[in-house]
Design a protein. Sequence first.
Length: 325
Amino acid sequence: MRVLLTGSSGWLGRYLAPLLAQNGHDVTGFDVVPGAHTQIVGTVADRALVERAMGEHGIEAVIHGGALHKPDIVRHPRQAFVDVNVTGTLNLIEAAVAAGNDRFLFTSTTSLMVRADVRAGAGERGAWWTDEDFAPLEPRNIYGITKLAAEQLVRLAHREHGINVVILRTGRFFPEDDDTHTAPIGENLKANEMLHRRLTVEDAAAAHLAALEAASTIGCDGFILSAPPPFTRDDAGELARDARAVIARYHPDAAELYAAKGWILPKVIDRVYDPSRAERRFGWRAKSDFGSVLAALRHGTPMPFAHDPDYVSPILAQERHACTS
Ligand SMILES: NC(=O)c1ccc[n+]([C@@H]2O[C@H](COP(=O)([O-])OP(=O)(O)OC[C@H]3O[C@@H](n4cnc5c(N)ncnc54)[C@H](O)[C@@H]3O)[C@@H](O)[C@H]2O)c1
C-alpha cells in the first residue's frame, strides 16, 4: 500500500517508517522537520501541500502521527495546537476522502482521558480502570483537547463518507525523562509504568502496522495501546491502597529483583490503561510488558524499553538551532 506517514522524523516515525517498508508498504514521510524517513518537509496545516502530497505520491492510506504534543505546550500557543492537530487532521482526512482512500489511522493519546479528577489520584472505588468506554472525556490541556477534536473529525468523515478510521490512543513510549515526576526517575519510573500505562516504541509501531492492515475489517473504532497490565479490574480497589501487595501476587519475585537493583515499586497505582480491545478486534498485543522488565532484571539484560534522558524531539531541536544561529 502507498502510505503517507506524518510525523516521520519523530520518535514513533523513525520506527514505524522502516517497519512499514519491511512489510511491503511504500512509505512517503511527511514532517515539518527533515529526517531520514521524510520525503516531504512541510506542515500538515498547509492544505495545498497535503493535497499535493496525496496526489503526487498516489497515496492509498494515511497514518497521521505528526502532532504538537504535551512537551510542546510550554513553547507553543494554543492556536498552534489547533492549527497543527485540528486543522492538520481535517486537511489530511478530507484529502484522503477526496483521493478515494479506504483507510485512515490517527495516532491519538491516552492523555485525553486524563480529567482533573483522574489526574488528582485514585477514585472512590480505587484505581481508575480506563478502557475505550471511559467517559466523560474532559481533557485537561490543549494537547488533549485538540487530539479529542481530531478524533471527532475523523469519526465524522467515517460517518459521512464511509472511510475506515482507526484511532490509536497510545500510552507513553517517549524515551526521555518525565517532565513532572520526581521519584523514582529514569529507568525505574519507566519500568513501573510498564505495569499500567507505558509500552515500547517498537510495540507502538507494530500496533500501527497491524491496525493499517486490519482497517477494512474494523470500520471505525478507537483503541488503547499499552503493555498488557498484569492486573484485572477486580484489583482496582487494592491497587489504590497497596499496589505492592497486588504486584506480589502476580510477580512474587518483583520486590527482590527490584531491591537488588536499588529500585522501588509503586506504593499505589491510581490508573490502569486496558489495551484488551485492540487484541480482541485486530489481534495486536504488546510483546513487552512488566514480565519482560523482570526478565531483564533477572538476566541482567537491557530493559525492553528505550531510555534516553538526552532525547530531544526533532521540532524542539530545530527550534533550539534556530535560536542559536
Ligand atoms: N511519545 C509518547 O509517549 C506519546 C504518547 C501518546 C501519544 N503520542 C502521539 O504519538 C505521535 C508521535 O509522537 P512522538 O513521540 O513520535 O513525538 P515526536 O515529537 O518525536 O514526533 C512528532 C513529529 O510530528 C512532527 N510535526 C509536528 N508538527 C508538525 C506539522 N505541523 N506538520 C507535520 N509534522 C509535524 C514533528 O516534527 C515530529 O517529528 C504524536 O501524535 C503524539 O501525540 C506520543
